[in-house]
Write a protein that binds this ligand. Structure first.
Ligand SMILES: [Zn+2]
Length: 303
């Protein structure tokens, strides 16, 4: 048994995960919105509640937005909650009195799929988040690859490829301070902006997908363009990492069209005559963050 915590901008979810990937217990609380200290206290309290009655403390993994700076051991690149610049890993271990593992939430998503989900029979799994942001995590043989700067998989902040940049109007500003990042076309906000440019109407991704299903021409055009943009952007990932499977996650991964259209559109942009890489829907939905966080402690480390 292990504990997994998914720290999000609005909710904190804690689970106890069995050795075969079954959620034995789940608790959800609201994320305190004001200060780092309140968030730290809430996470520790949730962990203590899950540990109650377990005897020897269970191993704890925590997924959160952002990355841990190797230089300062503090949180960076966090777009949602006031964790940036905070030594959260150290503070958690001091408060709890035992080691915990902390990982970027996209890496936890990839870890959940690589361990118990769509990537469990594959060695190299690239987990993609298409939601509020556009992120990713790369897992090889059930080990998260972090990289020299702790940013492996952050393809959302590469520039939009020129081949699809011509389809957007003007310049899109990214929250990271750069312009025309991939995230500005593939996130929920990105597809919303694209639809606005096509139709003059401001509606969210869910509504765009629903209207496309009903046959509305603007929505169909918008989704077709989104598939093309995603295909070109992911082809670059395949040329660099060459994963066995790409698992899509986040709110936009519910769009069924992605699983029919994106892979064929990627092929001309991948430097190989045969393409074995698969694109798969996620296995766990909202629970993937907490499951992946628990999987930061592989079975063999639990004795
Ligand atoms: Zn960016």
């Amino acid at each position: 048994m292990r504990i997994g915590i998914d720290l999000g901008g609005t909710k904190i979810e804690g689970i106890i995960l069995s050795p075969d990937g079954i959620i034995e217990k789940k608790i959800r609380i609201d994320t305190p919105s004001d200060t780092y200290k309140e968030i730290l206290v809430a996470v520790c309290e949730l962990i203590r509640t899950l540990q109650k009655g377990q005897g020897k403390p269970l191993k704890v993994g925590i997924g959160m937005p952002g990355a841990i700076s190797k230089f300062s051991n503090t949180i960076k690149n966090c777009n949602a909650i006031p964790l940036n610049g905070q030594p959260m890993h150290t503070d958690l271990e001091v408060q709890l009195g035992y080691p915990v593992r902390l990982e970027n939430d996209a890496n936890c998503f990839a870890m959940s799929e690589a361990t118990f989900g769509a990537g469990k029979t594959h060695n190299c799994v690239f987990g993609v988040i298409l939601g509020t942001g556009t992120g990713g995590g790369f897992v090889v043989k059930r080990t998260v690859i972090r990289g020299a700067n702790g940013i492996t998989g952050e393809w959302g902040h590469n520039s939009i490829p020129a081949s699809v940049r011509k389809f957007i109007k003007g310049t899109r500003i990214c929250y990271c301070g750069r312009t025309n990042c991939i995230e500005t076309i593939l996130s929920g906000r990105g597809i919303r902006q694209t639809y606005l440019e096509i139709s003059g109407e401001d509606i969210d991704a869910k509504e765009i997908a629903a209207r496309a299903t009903e046959g509305e021409s603007f929505a169909k055009k918008c989704l077709d363009l989104y598939c093309t943009q995603l295909a070109h952007c992911l082809a670059s990932v395949v040329n660099v990492l060459d994963p066995d499977v790409i698992v899509l996650g986040g709110g936009l991964s519910n769009i069924q069209q992605l699983y029919e259209k994106v892979l064929p559109e990627m092929h001309p942009h991948i430097f190989s005559d045969t393409i074995k890489t698969l694109i798969s829907p996620p296995s766990f939905g909202d629970a993937s963050g907490a499951i992946g966080a628990a999987c930061l402690w592989p079975e063999e480390t639990l004795s």
